[in-house]
Design a protein around this ligand. Structure first.
Ligand SMILES: Cc1cc2nc3c(=O)[nH]c(=O)nc-3n(C[C@H](O)[C@H](O)[C@H](O)COP(=O)(O)OP(=O)(O)OC[C@H]3O[C@@H](n4cnc5c(N)ncnc54)[C@H](O)[C@@H]3O)c2cc1C
Length: 393
């Protein structure tokens, strides 16, 4: 006898929700509805990678995530290679720069376009402006309620509401709580860090540096990369990566500092020789670093420096006291979220039968470089495969 067709609500039409729906377009045993809070789906995909969408990373493994073992188990079913071949089957051409994968056309819109095209000629319904505020388990199904009082019933549900990073009025973790799921306190990660140093004169500057994160005098991590200065805050990929470490591994802001080496290729002795040679040529103190660094940085370093020792310290060991992040409004991801307790990484089903949770809503945060989108695709695949299996059986 043919099995009865079942209904599925995908709550949240972002990266994970759209990918899960795209994987289910040909599933005859499920009628899928995407319920999206805002007026259009896939907004964060468009924001990602500065509009280029760094959609995956060929080196995605446990080491790139907090709760890495869980992330790796999810990725084991659909890793970067399988993700790219799935996207290729949707029509997306990609290019790989180092380990980072982008759409070939370097525009995030192509990722969203192929997902949308996949859904266009399907029976999958998209309900935008459906702010889901309640979800209740009833017998063998779910009643889902919108902010304006509409109630819909489904056999299965996927929570795919993302995180509060760069989102106004995020409250989706309350939905998970209503279903009895545990919540790990969310914190912004991949986010600029606030400093008490007066760096107004550096605002707008981008500089290469070797940056070391210290907590209570202990070295935590060192990374090389571009740093971007703002009035009162420091940003850039290297800082985003260190913010992830700071939040997930250190977890407090007591005696936190970033120590920057702006000339890692030269030792203290070599710098001393360089400065001494310039002084012998009669170069004025204020011009000692002219031609070495960007003018803003050179002026910041030489200002009121008393002697070569002080100059060298400022070049090689410039300290920035960090007191906080700039918060969710400026973050690219969130740590914390729906607790992984009882969630099966092979299916992303929660302890509530028929209720799945995917993407950034889960307590998994990757570092910079395409890892968060990769986790959204992989977890969406796990849920879609499980739902297909249980309804087609
Ligand atoms: C500026 C920026 C740049 C980024 N760049 C990259 C990058 O280059 N590479 C990378 O890997 N990651 C990047 N990320 C992170 C990445 O975008 C997210 O990790 C990814 O989108 C998570 O997918 P998701 O499906 O879990 O959530 P989302 O894509 O955020 O989708 C969640 C959806 O759920 C909807 N929703 C929320 N609450 C409700 C509700 N109550 N009812 C109904 N719908 C709801 C939201 O409106 C949204 O559409 C970036 C993030 C930001 C903010």
């Amino acid at each position: 006898m043919k099995a009865k067709v079942k209904t599925l609500a995908i709550i949240g039409g972002g990266a994970g929700g759209l990918f899960a729906a795209a994987l289910l377009v040909d599933c005859q045993s499920l009628i899928v509805t995407i319920l999206e809070k805002t007026s259009r789906t896939g907004r964060k995909i468009l924001m990602s990678g500065n509009g280029r969408c760094n959609l995956s990373n060929t080196l995605a493994d446990a080491s790139r995530y907090d709760n890495g073992a869980f992330a790796a188990a999810v990725l084991a079913n659909l890793g970067p290679a399988e993700t790219l071949s799935t996207f290729a089957s949707f029509g997306l051409e990609t290019r790989t720069e180092g380990e980072r994968v982008y759409p070939y056309g370097e525009t995030a819109a192509s990722v969203l376009d192929v997902l949308r095209n996949k859904l266009t000629y399907s029976v999958i319904e998209e309900k935008c402006n459906f702010n889901c505020v309640d979800i209740r388990k009833t017998g063998d199904g779910f009643v889902v309620k919108s902010e304006d009082g509409a109630e819909l019933t489904f056999d299965y549900a996927i929570l795919a509401c993302g995180s509060g990073a760069s989102v106004k009025d995020y409250d989706a973790l309350g939905l998970a709580k209503k279903c009895g799921l545990g919540i790990v306190k969310p914190n912004p990660v991949l986010v600029p860090l606030r400093t008490v140093n007066n760096i107004k004169q550096l605002a707008g500057l981008r500089a290469e540096a070797r940056v070391s994160l210290y907590a209570e005098g202990k070295l935590i991590e060192t990374r090389d990369g571009e740093v971007q200065f703002r009035d009162g805050a420091i940003s850039g990929i290297v800082i985003f990566e260190l913010s992830h470490t700071l939040i997930t591994r250190v977890g407090h802001f007591r005696q936190i500092k970033l120590v920057m080496d702006f000339y890692k290729e030269k030792t203290d002795t070599e710098l001393d020789e360089m400065l001494t040679a310039r002084q012998r040529r009669g170069v004025e103190p204020k011009d000692l670093l002219t031609g070495v660094f960007n003018r803003k940085l050179a002026e910041y370093i030489v200002k009121d420096a008393a002697g070569n020792g002080e100059l060298i310290r400022r070049i090689k060991r410039n300290e920035f006291i960090i007191t906080d992040t700039l918060g969710f409004s400026e973050a690219q991801a969130s740590s914390g979220g729906v607790s992984l307790a009882g969630i099966d990484p092979d299916t992303c089903q929660t302890p509530v039968d028929g209720l799945y949770c995917i993407g950034e809503m889960l307590d998994v945060a990757g570092t910079c470089g395409g890892f968060n989108l990769q986790f959204a695709w992989s977890s969406a695949y796990a849920a879609a495969r499980s739902l297909r299996g249980r309804t087609e059986a």
